[in-house]
Design a protein around this ligand. Structure first.
Ligand SMILES: Nc1ncnc2c1ncn2[C@@H]1O[C@H](COP(=O)(O)OP(=O)(O)OP(=O)(O)O)[C@@H](O)[C@H]1O
Length: 366
């Protein structure tokens, strides 16, 4: 897909509605001027890393469980080159919010299997194209609409990488979201696509009980204790949540959460595992997931917040992983968010809106 070099505002009206805030900036709603269709717009500074994100996302786009990219613009605002990615608008929100909000009707093991099957089909598509996503986490799994049968799709290719390109360091670069990272990422061992399989294991575990396998009691990311637990693959299937969960589910989790990447199941083997290949025949057992997610609603938000802060405070090069304190971080957006409320300056989106305003004003004048 060629990048358009003319202003995005020629084709799209940018709305003030913020759909989400990530480490790289805001995602806002936009409307196609001709069709009136709504899309999501992600703005990235035009760096090599951003180009890789966009190129790999475009490459993966078109699959039924990957958020599709409609258009990409390369525009400049105040001398800063930006890439503007127009994506399908995912109106159904994040995976776990939906499960949290389902009220009385219990979430079942069969539903969990259906969801893991959707995630696996997205990952299988990527892995077939020799792309490792490397940031597979609940916030990057979004529903198309709020309808109960809406598709779940994978997004955010910020840490995705081609696995078949020769690179001296291999896939050593960290994929940096502590709760969902494969153990080898925490050390210096190389890792590859198996990082995504580890993430699937963690998400599957949370889907079946409502809390993560490597649970940090105070919501602190990467405490030394948790790091040790992840490294040694220590987790259990506590009662009562896991009492009624099928052996097949536990068997698949054990295979996905193997600490040694070479021993970990591949995406093809996962798709062939009976819990996935026969997901419609998985027992319809009611789970504790919704109530546990609800009980820990505040903790969950804290955990995501802490995770974001950790992401912001990490600076990773191919050779080493350095962890900075949040105070040393230069991510202005996150710093503001943590102080409570972002002020609009320093945000490329404001420059776009300025231009949009000029554009509207121009129209009013003519
Ligand atoms: N296509 C979309 N439709 C609706 N909302 C979206 C879409 N893409 C992203 N969002 C929202 O914006 C948030 C941030 O998007 P994204 O994860 O792509 O950004 P990021 O800056 O790379 O974030 P992260 O901190 O997760 O690495 C998402 O968690 C989601 O809530």
């Amino acid at each position: 897909m060629a990048f358009h070099e003319y202003p995005v505002t020629q084709d799209y009206r940018i709305s003030r509605k913020v759909l989400g805030v990530g480490i790289n900036g805001k995602v806002v709603e936009c409307e196609h001027r001709q069709s009136g269709d709504k899309f999501a717009l992600k703005v990235l500074r035009d760096t090599q890393k951003a180009r890789r994100e966009v190129e790999l996302h475009v490459m993966a786009s078109g699959h039924g469980h990957v958020v599709s990219v409609h258009d990409v613009y390369k525009n400049s605002y105040n001398g800063v080159d930006c890439l503007l990615v127009v994506m399908e608008n995912m109106k159904g929100g994040e995976l776990f919010n939906r499960i949290q909000e389902r009220g009385q009707k219990a979430f079942t093991e069969r539903e969990a299997a259906g969801i893991v099957n959707e995630i696996c089909s997205a990952v299988a598509h990527l892995h077939r194209m020799s792309i490792a996503h490397r940031d597979l986490k609940p916030e990057n799994l979004l529903y198309v609409t709020t309808a109960s049968n809406a598709a779940l799709k994978l997004t955010d290719f910020g840490f995705a990488k081609k696995t078949d390109e020769s690179e001296p360091q291999g896939l050593k670069t960290a994929c940096f979201t502590p709760y969902y990272c494969a153990p080898e990422v925490l050390g210096t061992e190389k890792y590859d696509k198996s990082c995504d399989l580890w993430s699937i294991g963690v998400i599957m575990y949370i889907l079946l009980c409502g809390y993560p396998p490597f649970y940090s009691q105070h919501g602190q990311p990467m405490s030394p204790g948790m790091k040790a637990k992840i490294k040694s693959g220590q987790y259990t299937f506590p009662s009562p949540e896991w009492d009624c969960v099928s052996e097949a589910a536990k068997d698949l989790i054990r295979k996905l959460l193997r600490t040694e990447p070479t021993e970990r199941i591949t995406i093809e083997q996962t798709m062939e595992h009976k819990w996935i290949s026969h997901y419609r025949r998985v027992p319809d057992t009611p789970l504790f997931t919704s109530s546990n997610l609800n009980d820990q609603r505040e903790q969950w938000t804290d955990m995501q917040d802490e995770m974001e802060a950790t992401l912001a405070s990490m600076r990773v090069g191919p050779e080493n992983i350095q962890i900075k304190s949040l105070g040393d971080s230069n991510n202005k957006l996150l710093a503001k968010r943590r102080k409570g409320g972002a002020s609009p300056k320093d945000d490329p989106m404001d420059d776009i809106k300025e231009e949009e305003k000029d554009d509207e004003e121009e129209k009013m004048i003519s």
